[in-house]
Design a protein around this ligand. Sequence first.
Ligand code: SF4
Ligand code: SF4
Length: 290
Amino acid sequence: KEEHLRKPEWLKIKLNTNDQYKGLKKLMRENNLHTVCEEARCPNIHECWGERRTATMMILGSVCTRACRFCAVKTGLPTELDLAEPERVADSVKIMDLKHVVITMVARDDLKDGGAEVLAETIRAIRRKSPATSVEVLPSDLGGTEENLQMVMDAKPDILNHNIETVRRLTPRVRARAKYDRSLEFLRRSKEMQPEIPTKSSLMIGLGETWDEILEVMDDLRANNVDIMTIGQYLQPTKKHLSVKKYYSPLEFGKLRKIAMEKGFSHCEAGPLVRSSYHADEQVNAATKE
Ligand code: SF4
Ligand code: SF4
């Protein structure tokens, strides 16, 4: 039987609901939109939605064709493609008056373009309706083809984010159907296609990786010209998901951040509650001021 680690104090957070948060939740339901903030049970939702005016929206449905073992998104066969979705997302971004929006997606291995066209159109729709909002995209590997990635890069997001998620050795166990090298290649190609667009990647730790393996991920990302890195604690979303092997202390996260900056990232967020899109609004500026 797997031992169950107790949650350390620094992960016990108090929730404070504010009006802004409640209003946004209602808007999401009315427009049939899905946010990662809610689906992934993100601990930062009040800070992001309430104070920072940033949110992570998930497009192309709420059912994923893959079943990564850390992820709380439902697995199954997605419903058909909703071509009105880009406009609905853009309308919501406008009503929410977001400063920064992250657009992510489930993996649509059932579609030839992996969902690239809808993602590109979503970027364009947000630009038309909210030109002041920065747009970060966090796509799946889009089936790994260059053509699909090009479609997204041509729509010129402010940040291209693609998560490496875990160290090389644990990738087959943690990420269904994704490949470590394919993710690196995806990041490298994005940079080649649009060198002025910052690239970003996130790592979750606490899944049984060693300290050296974490540093190896940093080196691999830098070798593929990734500008921004985020490192956060893996939290088990439900009992069916992979269990937590280690809770890293805030001090250890601080060390990792320092090492990452020494390795040449332009920005690194590292902390127990850091998520891919945490403080993303600050990263746009950090990366472009370089
Ligand atoms: Fe949403 Fe990301 Fe903020 Fe979590 S960190 S609430 S997923 S925007
Ligand atoms: Fe979750 Fe993405 Fe994996 Fe789908 S591909 S299960 S959305 S992490």
